[in-house]
Design a protein around this ligand. Structure first.
Ligand code: ZN
Length: 506
């Protein structure tokens, strides 16, 4: 499906966000529960598997997020607590795709979801056009129930890797059709691909879900309501993605109307746990990746904390249900943020890092406030808004560079990956906070795995992303194995590889 301009505007227009409407503490929807250590644990095969993905979470984000959480919330993170828990398993994923050392989220999630590496941009489709069967379809066939929760569209690459097979991740309209009857609980953004007035083919797909027994949720009140949770849910809370946590915290309207990832996760568990046989649930914190592409440290850290709250909800569930396996990980690194030593003998590092607490908006919001005329951005307006929303004073010469970067004028002597406005802004703010970035795209790094529950011992050491499929299949007693291709076999199809992936949202 191609998105027409009219429909795209309709889709993004709804994300209008009132900045400064509320103080931080007032609007904070994040949990204040201390990080927990789970003690109860089952053995044998899990009946329930929860697979949590912080998309694009470079390894350095783990310690940064824990330090940031201690600074702004007075407690550490659940993810760190899980890794520190001596009863848990710790491991790493090798993240490569079929045609690149650096994967995109579609190939990464396909590797987990089907055990087959595919070209970047493809979802469970081999280069010769043959599809492979994703894990949610196999699990559903065995009588288990399945769920997907995300802060992106529910049809975005990471959720789709568990429950769809298409030649391009961009075909979210088809992915939305493939979920029907195969995924019981869907929570996130993406009305654009379900609602008749937003889909280009005018198909009332949401209506078809309702006809098949799904409750269609569009408001946070439905997610947090007490009482019986429906067996099947299509929960769509934005036309495209849900807002960055840092922006949601500043808006009373968004806080009231749109659930947090933790709230979505709690509702998904309440629905899925009613099935006596068991379930497979994937939960994704998607905007950590998007913030990393933009070198936006404040947005990244707040969304990592929102993801961590979802981890906390799942750890509570595991404590109550020891027959549940929880796996927490990432699909790939992205721009690898890290705190550089600041000042003589690095003694200014902590006070630099502390400046991150002053961030009150995402770069997305800043760009909205700068207006549509990219050619003629006023350097003084950049200085004013960056000081107001990020607590950073931008030097005159840097404001000139930022204005030129926004107009996409040629800049001399810069790191090509960071020639964009957001890349330059990341460096300007990094001079004050100490946060540096390797670039603005995904990285080849291994990713961290924390696992707890029956079967956790298999999720340890350095394993391939494709191993996740075999492990999940064995947990659910599934014999099916998908066809796969070696990089050598795939080479003759190289010219067919998708090339139209937008790096900023991949
Ligand atoms: Zn990405």
């Amino acid at each position: 499906m191609k998105t027409t301009r009219r429909k795209f505007l309709k889709a993004t227009g709804a994300a209008g966000i009132a900045l400064g409407a509320l103080g931080t503490t007032q609007a904070c929807a994040l949990s204040n529960r201390p990080a927990m250590t789970v003690t109860a644990m089952g053995s044998g095969r899990p009946r329930r598997v929860i697979f949590l993905v912080s998309d694009g979470m470079s390894t350095g984000c783990l310690s940064l997020a824990d330090a940031f959480s201690r600074m702004v919330r007075g407690r550490g993170t659940h993810f760190y607590e899980l890794l520190k828990n001596k009863k848990a398993s710790r491991g790493f994923f090798l993240t490569h795709s079929l045609n690149s050392l650096v994967t995109d989220s579609a190939a990464a999630s396909s590797a987990w979801g089907s055990g087959s590496r595919v070209f970047n941009g493809a979802l469970n489709m081999l280069p010769d056009g043959e599809t492979v069967t994703p894990i949610h379809w196999l699990v559903a066939d065995k009588g288990y129930v399945t769920g997907l929760g995300t802060t992106a569209t529910v049809t975005h690459a990471t959720p789709a890797g568990f429950a769809s097979a298409v030649d391009s991740r961009n075909d979210e309209a088809t992915i939305a059709e493939q979920y029907l009857g195969r995924v019981d609980v869907l929570l996130g953004g993406g009305k654009l691909f379900f609602h008749q007035d937003l889909r280009d083919d005018d198909r009332d797909l949401a209506g078809e879900y309702v006809a098949k027994g799904y409750a269609h949720w569009t408001h946070r009140n439905q997610v947090i309501a007490q009482g019986e949770t429906p067996d099947k849910i299509l929960g769509l809370f934005e036309n495209y993605n849900v807002p960055y946590t840092i922006d949601q915290k500043q808006s009373e309207k968004l806080t009231e109307e749109i659930p947090t990832l933790a709230e979505m996760t709690r509702a998904a568990l309440a629905s899925l746990e009613k099935n006596p046989k068991g379930f497979l649930l994937q939960v994704e914190g998607a905007l950590v990746d998007w913030a990393a592409h933009w070198n936006d440290s404040g947005a990244l850290l707040w969304d990592q904390l929102a993801f961590d709250d979802a981890v906390g909800v799942c750890l509570e569930f595991v404590e109550r249900n020891p027959d549940t396996l929880i796996v927490v990980t990432s699909d790939h690194g992205n721009a690898n943020p890290g705190l550089n030593g600041m000042g003589p003998a690095y003694i200014n590092s902590d006070e630099s890092f502390a400046r991150l607490a002053k961030s009150k908006a995402s770069y997305y919001q800043l760009l909205e406030l700068l207006g549509e005329d990219k050619e003629n951005t006023d350097p003084a307006l950049i200085q004013e808004l960056v000081l107001e929303h990020f607590g950073v004073e931008v030097k005159d010469e840097h404001a000139e560079i930022l204005a030129a970067a926004r107009a996409e004028r040629e800049l001399a002597e810069i790191h090509v990956q960071q020639r964009s406005f957001t890349g330059q802004l990341g460096q300007v703010i990094g001079n004050h906070t100490g946060i540096g970035w390797t670039g603005s795209t995904h990285t080849e790094d291994i990713t961290v795995i924390g696992a707890l529950g029956p079967g956790q011992e298999d999720w340890a050491g350095i394993i391939k992303n494709t191993d996740a499929f075999a492990l999940m299949a064995s947990h659910f007693g599934i014999d099916h194995r998908n066809r796969s291709m070696t990089p050598e076999q795939a080479r003759e199809f190289a010219s067919l590889a998708p090339k139209n992936i937008n790096n900023h949202w991949a």
